[in-house]
Each structure stands twice: as structure tokens, then as C-alpha cells.
Design a protein around this ligand. Structure first.
Ligand code: CO
Length: 208
């Protein structure tokens, strides 16, 4: 794939869209009312729209290395507040994936320069769940489990924000933790019970 191909593909894409609906882009330009906020990994193999089978306009998307929801990351917090408070999405999804390079890197004892503070978030997830993780002898299974626990903890980070607390209370917004199994293509719902989590953390993190 070279750059010229990208522009050729774009022309073809426009032709295909207009053949189905001549007003396609006129309608797209009017505005957006997505029902999903999707927070996923930047990994080139994990494309939100493709794996969910959704069209332009249906999901607000934020991707970073290892799908982190960090409290002081102005980028993710802006995406979150804009989509929850203004676009009023109904579902917020954190989607991790097996074979995640960011999670793998956080499992290595190495100095990775500028990546250190980012990966620290994942090391903190490991520390929080150290007993469970260290009890898993198989390294591959431990790696998979850390991917899942990282999704869970990023969902907890969502629940610590005022925007999410308000939207859950006032209009029944739901938070979902998913993992994309890159080895099979399957999307797995971790079925996390956030009612219990929210009750537990609100003692300290009650902002709303
Ligand atoms: Co990844």
C-alpha cells in the first residue's frame, strides 16, 4: 500500500457510497448522534468500526496505547466529557485486546524512556492484582489476564469521573469492558458488575 493508492481508494469509496445513496455525504455533514463512545488500543489490527460492524456516525472513538483512561490525560478526558455530556452517548466501552504490545511492554523489567510514565498505569494494574496474576504459572495466560484486568481498571477509572457518575445517575448510561481476541476475531464481553464497583468507590470518589 502506497500513498497514491490511498487517494485512489478514497475516490472509489466516494463512488461506492454515492451509488447507494446520492445524499450520503450531505447527510453525514449535518451532524453526529453516536450512541457509543469506544476507547480502544491504537494497535493497527484493532479497528473499532470494522470489528463492531458499525458505520460512520455510530461511534465516537478514542484510541491510545493499551486503551488507558488516565485521569490527567487531557486528551482522553476531553473525549470523555464531550461525548458523554454533549453528544450524550448511551454506552461507554473500554475495549482491550489480547497480544497487546503495550501490556506486554509493561510486563518487561526495562527502561523504555518516554513510555515509562504511560506504561506505569499498567504496572499499577499489575500491582493491584499481583496475587491473582502471580498465581498464574503460564506466562501467556498471565498476559491474557493482565489485558482483561487492565480493561477492568480503566472502566473503574471511568467510574471515578464526575461526567460518568452524573450520566449513570441521571440517564442510565452504561459502561462496558470488552476484549477483542485477535487470534479468533471474537469480541468478548467481560460482563463486569459496575453497580457494585460504583457503590464501593463512591465512598471516596463521589463527585456527583
Ligand atoms: Co494494544
Amino acid at each position: 500500500m502506497n500513498v497514491a493508492d490511498v487517494f485512489k481508494n478514497n475516490e472509489q469509496w466516494i463512488t461506492d457510497k454515492l451509488a447507494i445513496n446520492p445524499d450520503y455525504f450531505t447527510e453525514l455533514a449535518k451532524g453526529q448522534t453516536p450512541e457509543f463512545l469506544y476507547i480502544g488500543c491504537s494497535d493497527s489490527r484493532v479497528t473499532a468500526e470494522d470489528l463492531m460492524g458499525i458505520k460512520p456516525g455510530e461511534a465516537f472513538v478514542h484510541r491510545n496505547v493499551a486503551n488507558l483512561v488516565n485521569n490527567v490525560d487531557l486528551n482522553v478526558m476531553t473525549v470523555l466529557n464531550y461525548s458523554v455530556r454533549h453528544l450524550k452517548v448511551k454506552h461507554v466501552v473500554v475495549c482491550g485486546h489480547y497480544n497487546c504490545g503495550g501490556v506486554k511492554a509493561a510486563m518487561q523489567p526495562a527502561d523504555m524512556g518516554i513510555l515509562n510514565p504511560w506504561l506505569r498505569n499498567i504496572r499499577d494494574v499489575y500491582r493491584t492484582h499481583k496475587d491473582e496474576l502471580n498465581a498464574i504459572e503460564d506466562e501467556g495466560k498471565r498476559y491474557d489476564r493482565l489485558v482483561e484486568l487492565n480493561v477492568q481498571e480503566q472502566c473503574v477509572n471511568l467510574l471515578k469521573t464526575a461526567a460518568i457518575q452524573q450520566a449513570i445517575t441521571e440517564r442510565g448510561l452504561t459502561v462496558h469492558g470488552w476484549v477483542f481476541d485477535i487470534r479468533t476475531g471474537k469480541l468478548i464481553d467481560l460482563k463486569l458488575d459496575f453497580k457494585a464497583v460504583l457503590k464501593d468507590i463512591k465512598e471516596i470518589y463521589d463527585l456527583y
